[in-house]
Design a binder for this molecule. Structure first.
Ligand SMILES: Cc1cc2nc3c(=O)[nH]c(=O)nc-3n(C[C@H](O)[C@H](O)[C@H](O)COP(=O)(O)O)c2cc1C
Length: 332
């Protein structure tokens, strides 16, 4: 008997849990088609930024990446970086073209941090055919006067404003740096988020010693990053009224399986696609299917969340006791 790999995310039926996260890999129809041919279940388009909507321009060099660790196939996508996010009109066209070219759900991404006029574009995303919207709130609270209460309110207002503008589902991609992540997750869902995409990965600037300059430094992830999302998805599974997507550090079928067991509704991948190219999707899907068959799981829906905090026999495994255990059991 074959395993049923389908998973529900934002009310959409995905044929398997692998979703291409926003990255240059999802920035052209050609690469989107390759992802679909390789078996991807849905695609998230690269973000359209608030600054682009307000000013119609954005320096693409903010997204810099060393080509050194990319596969030759992935490197081929990088000339498209010149066209990465070139403004609202082109972006709306990308949504429409993607909808025509693909049968899998298309999720455009809106990236901003201030409630304001720019959020009206969400309606146009919907009219262009988007199946859902991913709202990426990328904000660093560096102002000494900004309190956490004000910052959180800004998130909630933004989610409320975007989700009340459209009838399609809105997923919210946020960072893990809240004092009370669980409470924030519940409030984001309460404000209208149908899904949470956990987590945003901040591009940390670096200092170039030769040039004595500060430069953006984007490095691709490794599987070591996986456990941040793993923990929080396990904690939130079954407790917030929102779908849960994992992003950050999923590279192997084992990584995907762990996130599903923790309770992810889908696993988003960017770095592994940029390194290995679209064919990696087929490797992930078949690896997940093989493992599930060997352990006699019937379906992804049945397996999802079976090791979440609520289902786990050792509830404290995801909390502070786990930290003490880890430190005291270290053997070098
Ligand atoms: C080159 C590059 C460009 C990205 N562009 C976007 C973007 O436009 N919007 C967004 O929400 N995330 C963007 N991301 C973040 C990814 O979608 C993803 O969340 C992150 O890389 C963690 O997943 P990973 O470990 O699979 O790479 C980008 C990542 C990379 C490497």
């Amino acid at each position: 008997m074959s395993v049923d790999l389908r998973s529900r995310y934002l009310g959409l039926e995905l044929k398997n849990p692998i979703v291409a996260s926003a990255s240059p890999m999802t920035s052209s129809i050609d690469s989107l088609k390759r992802l679909q041919d390789a078996g991807v279940a849905a695609v998230v388009l690269p973000s359209l930024f608030e600054e682009q909507i307000e000013h119609e321009e954005m320096a693409t060099h903010h997204l810099m990446l060393s080509g050194a660790e990319l596969s030759p196939e992935a490197r081929g996508f990088f000339p498209e970086m010149q066209n990465y996010n070139t403004g609202p009109d082109n972006y709306l066209k990308l949504i429409g073209d993607a909808k025509k070219a693909l049968s899998v759900p298309v999720i455009p991404s809106l990236n901003g941090y201030t409630p304001g006029g720019w959020t009206h574009i969400a309606k146009q995303f919907e009219q262009a055919g988007a199946d859902a919207i991913e709202l990426n709130i990328y904000f660093l609270a560096t102002d000494l006067q900004d309190t956490s209460v004000e910052v959180e309110k800004r998130y909630i207002d933004l989610v409320d404003s975007v989700s009340s503008m459209v009838t399609i589902p809105v997923a919210v991609k946020v960072s893990p740096y809240f004092s009370a992540m669980a409470n924030m997750a519940a409030r984001l869902a309460g404000a209208g988020a149908s899904g949470l995409v956990l987590f945003n990965r901040f591009v940390q600037p670096d200092i170039l010693l030769e040039e004595l300059e500060v430069a953006p430094h984007l490095v691709l992830s490794t599987s070591d990053e996986l456990r941040l999302a793993l923990r929080w998805i396990a904690i939130l599974r079954g407790r917030v009224r929102a779908s849960l997507a994992a992003t950050g550090g999923a590279h192997t079928p084992e990584d995907v399986l762990k996130l599903l067991l923790a309770g992810a509704d889908c696993v988003m991948i960017a770095s592994s696609l940029l390194r290995q190219g679209p064919a990696h999707i087929a490797t992930l899907v078949s690896g997940v299917e093989k493992w599930m068959t060997e352990r006699e799981y019937d379906s992804v829906e049945q397996m999802k969340g079976s090791l979440s905090q609520q289902s786990c026999p050792d509830e404290a495994a995801f909390e502070r006791t786990n930290y003490m255990k880890a430190l005291t059991s270290y053997t070098g």
